[in-house]
Design a protein. Structure first.
Ligand SMILES: Cc1cc2nc3c(=O)[nH]c(=O)nc-3n(C[C@H](O)[C@H](O)[C@H](O)COP(=O)(O)O)c2cc1C
Length: 172
């Protein structure tokens, strides 16, 4: 297995908290924990395995008025990056009650960009057990990463992470 980094944003909220929890749980893999605010394409290039953490803020993209400003800077870097030879997984924070029709959309947009740029996407998750109406993160009946809702079902986060980590350990 190659070296691994968790690139996450924004800082100081739910994504940050979950990224830290995930890093602790996979301590044995010695993950680097990198805020996207401080990251460049050179940083992405340094890792064979990348886990992205993102939240959906704004109706469907990060470049709207209330958009996710950290990702507004970093997403163009991701869109221009060649992920060939890299394994990539994504977790996405969202709110399945208030935004049932746009649940974790940004996770999907990010994951699709990685695949378009040659990355091998791992860690897809069945929507079973999630209650929502629609999501851009769904493709072929699967979520393109791990959805997490710290707003309305925080009690499920720990278990969801554990199951996902078991899956990633098979797929990395
Ligand atoms: C203005 C605003 C817009 C949001 N839009 C969405 C959305 O479209 N889809 C979704 O699943 N969650 C949405 N959310 C919920 C956030 O993704 C959720 O609260 C997440 O945990 C925030 O994580 P962060 O604090 O690390 O950014 C929105 C939250 C806010 C405040």
């Amino acid at each position: 297995m190659g070296n691994l980094a968790i690139f996450f944003g924004p800082e100081g909220g739910s994504v940050n908290r979950v990224a830290k929890a995930l890093a602790l749980k996979i301590e044995n893999l010695k993950p680097a924990l990198i805020p996207i605010n401080e990251a460049s394409a050179d940083d992405l290039a340094r890792y064979d395995i990348i886990i992205f953490g993102i939240s959906t803020i704004g109706r469907d993209t990060w470049d709207q008025k209330f958009g996710n400003i950290d990702w507004a800077r970093f997403m163009p870097i991701v869109s221009a990056f060649d992920f060939s030879g890299k394994k990539v997984a994504v977790f996405g924070l969202g709110d399945h009650i208030t935004y049932a029709y746009h649940f974790v959309n940004s996770m999907g947009i990010l994951a699709k960009s990685v695949v378009k740029n040659g990355g091998q996407l791992v860690g897809k998750v069945s929507p079973e057990g999630y209650d929502f109406q629609d999501s851009e993160a769904l493709e072929g009946g699967l979520f393109l990463g791990l959805p997490i809702d710290e707003d309305f079902e925080p009690e499920l986060t720990d278990g969801r992470l554990n199951v996902w980590i078991n899956q990633l350990n098979q797929e990395f």
